[in-house]
Write a protein that binds this ligand. Structure first.
Ligand code: IPE
Ligand code: IPE
Ligand code: MG
Length: 255
């Protein structure tokens, strides 16, 4: 467990993770890729427990990108099936832990059975307060900004908004998780150092952490390493170090 005694403000409120490396993990073990994805679900459970224990209020996980449809049909359909069965098992558990579940992304393109489970999970847990678990499925950061801008364009068309009144704040307000703080810490497992169209707008001032550890091997110790790295950073939000030392930097104001 992370020691919260000093600098408790340095514990991130929101951690966003690209869960990468399932396929390579399975390959190393001479197993089909799908078993890597299955093992990855156990890691999700471990990370949720870690966040609850360490008072991390929001965990956002990238489960399936808008680009992942390009994978072989068989893998995509196995992934959708795994998503459905995992939700079936986890929804009750999450609810019992007072965790709110939300799925972000273009849900209309997901299989109907999955959409039904998502609706059930989101509805059951919508008033829960201990933590927000956000899962990105058929999500793309570019899609998110586009759908926000589209909503604003519609308001302009209706005469309710002037183009000059479009601000960073109004774009933010129409994004998928506009009510949650931006991620403080971004983690990507699996060794690639890229964002892969995850939360583009919301990651503007997140601290980035890349680890070669493959997602199924990511556990409490690895999560603690990421938090330790985060705690060693100086977040300046455009200010100088001196200003930070004098306590003149409170927080990054969104949009
Ligand atoms: C991440 O693991 C899971 C999804 C993208 C669904 P990968 O399947 O990308 O694993 P690697 O990168 O091939 O090892
Ligand atoms: C990013 O992983 C998406 C998810 C983890 C869901 P990918 O493995 O699809 O990313 P790229 O294609 O290597 O950038
Ligand atoms: Mg990958």
């Amino acid at each position: 467990m992370v020691d919260p005694s000093e600098e408790s403000t340095a514990i991130p409120s929101h951690v966003a993770i690209i869960m990468d490396g399932n396929g390579r993990w399975a390959k190393k073990k001479h197993m089909p890729r799908f078993l890597g994805h299955k093992a990855g679900v156990d890691t999700v459970r471990r990370c949720v427990e870690f966040c609850v224990k360490n008072n991390i209020k929001v965990l956002t996980l990238f489960a399936f990108s808008s680009e992942n449809w390009r994978r072989p049909e068989k893998e995509v359909s196995l992934l959708m099936g795994l998503f459905i069965s995992s939700l079936k098992k986890q929804i009750r558990l999450l609810h019992n832990q007072n965790i709110r579940l939300r799925i972000i992304g273009d849900k209309s393109q997901l299989p109907q059975k999955l959409q039904d489970e998502i609706l059930r999970g989101e509805t059951l847990t919508q008033s829960n307060t201990v933590m927000d678990l956000v899962v990105a499925a058929n999500y793309g950061g570019q899609w998110d900004v586009t759908q926000s801008v589209k909503a604003l364009a519609e308001e302009v068309k209706q005469g309710r908004l002037a183009p000059d009144d479009i601000t960073e704040a109004s774009i933010t307000q129409n994004l998928s998780i506009q009510d949650l703080p931006n991620p403080d810490l971004f983690i990507r497992t699996g060794g690639e150092c890229r964002i892969s169209n995850f939360l583009l707008w919301q990651l503007a001032y997140s601290e980035l952490y890349f680890t070669p550890v493959l997602w199924p091997d990511f556990g409490g110790a690895e999560f603690e390493d990421a938090i330790a790295s985060f705690r060693g950073r100086e977040r300046r939000f455009g200010h100088t170090s001196e200003q930070v030392e004098q306590g003149q930097v409170s927080n990054y104001v969104q949009g």
